[in-house]
Write a protein that binds this ligand. Structure first.
Ligand SMILES: *Cc1c(COP(=O)(O)O)cnc(C)c1O
Length: 364
């Protein structure tokens, strides 16, 4: 079976973890500081604050920007629930806006229509590793005085017109969950443009204190361990090579797949293919049939996300109507694109996809 994702935990990761465990400084020590410093190279040298997950990163970014009860944050419904959960966790309300059906990212026109008197922030998601249209979203945020928070949890080293994701917003958040393009077992990073904001984030992640027992504000415990940071540093060194491999794998899939809609890339976008997501025209039943046949033929694949956030129990009461998002949920299928694939794996995937599309009546 070719797995849909394959997190790397190799000898270097194990050695790094053991080195930290034997060293004795295990929480938010020198490895975390070094990881923060080194991650800055991905985001034009912005300040990085490491935390224990991508969800924590989003949560703290919103808190640090002062977003809370009475505020609304515009988010795409076509994302992982964490994007909206972070908004709720600070007591604000997510307002769901439509996506661009090609890139699956927040549509700036739809976001503009969703702006109201309570809107405090925009939270675009660089979904699947494709950058959201940050130029137009930045203009929209500036026009209405809104904060701009990038959910870059799936998009390490993606870029738009040469500028990396994470370098656009008032804050940007990355995840280091095992299946992401790089991992730290669990972990997250908040990236911000200014030092005062970084200090607030450091307080928030550590019970509101910089000096021991001098609690300046109310904070949580969202610290990263040094074991996680040491693994993250090993992975960060390999990210460029892995990304190149993901992009090369995507090229092979683009060229070989017929009948299904391969993922379009917007002008000027550098897609890092956290997921390689095709559309199966015809709806969920046809898509599910293609998925079953692929799995029967040894090709792991997955649906991200089968239920849009606005249809999930905590959010359904608002009754949002988002037909493009619902259509995407019914049609998307993510194929293996991870850097461990061999060229014969890729050939097998292409052949299996084209044959499954034909038997589902959508291929050619
Ligand atoms: C993974 C992910 C998150 C949350 O990251 P965790 O590290 O799992 O908490 C948030 N948003 C998106 C889009 C993600 O893919």
């Amino acid at each position: 079976m070719i797995p849909a994702a394959k997190p790397v935990i190799g000898d270097e990761e194990v050695d790094a973890a053991v080195r930290v465990l034997r060293g004795g400084l295990v929480v938010q020590g020198p490895e975390v500081a070094a990881f923060e410093e080194e991650f800055g190279a991905l985001v034009e040298g912005r300040t990085c604050v490491a935390v224990n997950s991508g969800t924590s990163a989003l949560h703290l970014a919103l808190l640090a920007l002062g977003i809370g009860p009475g505020d609304e944050v515009i988010v795409p419904s076509f994302s992982f629930a964490a994007s909206a959960n972070a908004v709720r966790l600070v007591g604000a309300e997510p307002v769901f806006a439509e996506i661009d059906p090609d890139t699956f990212c927040l549509d700036p026109d739809a976001a503009a229509e969703a702006v109201g008197p309570r809107t405090a922030a925009l939270m675009p998601v660089h979904l699947y590793g494709h950058p959201a249209p940050m130029g137009r979203l930045t203009q929209l945020a500036q026009r209405h005085g809104l904060a701009l928070v990038e959910d870059a949890c799936q998009a390490h080293s993606a870029a738009l017109h040469g500028r990396p994701v994470g370098a656009f917003g008032d804050a940007a958040c990355f995840s280091f969950y095992p299946t992401k393009n790089m991992h730290a077992l669990e972990g997250g990073m908040v990236v911000v443009p200014d030092a005062a904001q970084a200090r607030t984030l450091r307080l928030l992640r550590n019970q509101g204190m910089e000096q021991r027992y001098e609690h300046e504000i109310v904070g949580a415990n969202m610290r990263m361990t040094d074991v996680a940071a040491a693994i993250g540093r090993v992975q960060l060194e390999r990210l460029a090579g892995w990304t190149q491999q993901r992009r090369a794998n995507a090229k092979v899939l683009d060229a070989g797949i017929t009948g299904l809609v391969v993922p379009p890339v917007a002008d000027g976008a550098r897609h890092v293919y956290h997921q390689y997501t095709v559309r199966v025209p015809g709806g969920a039943a046809v898509r599910d049939a293609v998925q079953r046949e692929l799995e029967a033929n040894g090709v792991g694949c997955a649906v991200y996300y089968p239920t849009p956030i606005h249809r999930l129990k905590p959010y359904a009461h608002a009754g949002a109507c988002l037909p493009l998002t619902e259509q995407a949920s019914a049609e998307v299928l993510s194929l293996p694109v991870h850097p461990s694939l061999t060229s014969s794996d890729l050939d097998l995937i292409v052949a299996a996809v084209n044959s499954a599309a034909l038997s589902a009546g959508v291929g050619r």
